[in-house]
Design a protein around this ligand. Structure first.
Ligand code: LHQ
Length: 264
């Protein structure tokens, strides 16, 4: 895959996407944003991919929007239309990750700031290295949280803490993020990728189609009434009940053997 700003590696059903501008803490420029959209599109199309890991090269995960990029445009008099930029780049990317019918694991190797933190939250599960950290950097540069942060962060850590992070821009450690429920696990730095690959490997043998339905049901329930969620669960269960993997799960249980899921 001829990407400039990300690495794209597929092995044993697991696609690893690595943000790769380490000298800028993997800050996102236009090329990276369009390459990420493309990579997640490929992940959706490729039947062999049954789990995705998103991580960063070097000492950062992602420092958010490349501010050098923004400044260049200011210097040349071409003021950037932030609304249009978000609508064309980050917003579709965040939706693509949420709507990918496969599990996405963030392996947060270092600092995740601004829209970089939004990217982490768009993933389904989050592992972080001990030395990783998180900040809603937006306010520090006079901006509003974006790329889904206002929607995702209060749902993960509650309003009080979300407001604190957003209004102060304070950087929190991986341990604090874990205690607040922002991430699923903190691991020693040198064990991060091994842990992420192990988890992704388990997902590569899981009932992938059903995992896609679970993602849909969770996101639907986040903005619906109980009645609507019950209805949606019934719809998703109807679909899950028709998968090969459900049948295999039932057979394996009754035959007292481990299931062999194909993701179909
Ligand atoms: C960077 C960046 C960066 C460029 C570090 N850009 N170079 C959406 C739509 C439209 C408009 C705007 O925004 C958005 C969404 C957003 O994401 S807004 C928020 C943008 N991000 C930030 O404000 C974070 C800026 N970075 C930082 O505050 C710090 O770098 C953090 C706290 C992330 C890390 O601090 P340190 O560990 O002390 O590293 P550092 O500051 O020394 O950075 C290392 C290098 O990376 C440095 O370059 P240099 O050439 O001096 O070594 C930085 O300039 C560069 N870098 N973030 N976003």
């Amino acid at each position: 895959m001829g990407y400039e700003t990300i690495l794209f590696e597929k092995e044993d059903g697991v696609l690893t996407i690595t943000l790769n501008r380490p000298d800028k803490l993997n800050a996102a420029n236009d090329t990276m944003l369009s390459e990420l959209q493309d990579a997640f599109k490929q992940a959706g199309r490729d039947q062999e991919v049954r789990a995705v890991i998103l991580t960063g090269a070097g000492r950062g995960f992602c420092a958010g929007q490349d501010l050098g990029n923004v400044k260049e445009r200011l210097d040349t008099g071409g003021r950037m239309d932030y609304g249009a930029h978000l609508r064309h780049t980050y917003n579709p990317l965040i939706l693509r990750i949420r709507q990918l019918p496969k599990p996405v694991i963030a392996a947060v190797n270092g600092v995740a700031a601004g829209a970089g933190m939004s990217l982490v939250m768009a993933c389904d599960l989050r592992l972080a290295a001990e030395s990783a950290s998180f900040l809603q950097a937006f306010v520090r540069v006079g901006l509003v949280p974006d790329s889904g942060s206002t929607w995702m962060l209060p749902r993960l850590i509650g309003m009080a803490r979300a407001a604190e992070m957003m209004l102060t821009g304070r950087r929190i450690s991986a341990q604090e993020a874990y205690e607040w429920g922002l991430i699923n696990k903190v691991v020693p730095d040198d064990a991060l990728m091994e842990d992420a690959r192990k988890l992704a490997g388990e997902f590569a043998n899981a009932p992938t189609k059903v995992i896609g339905y679970i993602k849909r049901a969770l996101d639907y329930a986040a903005t619906s009434s109980l009645e609507e969620a019950l209805e949606y669960e019934a719809d998703m269960q109807e679909l899950a009940g028709r998968t090969n993997d459900h049948l295999e799960g039932l057979r394996a249980f009754l035959e007292k053997r481990p299931p062999k899921y194909t993701g179909t």
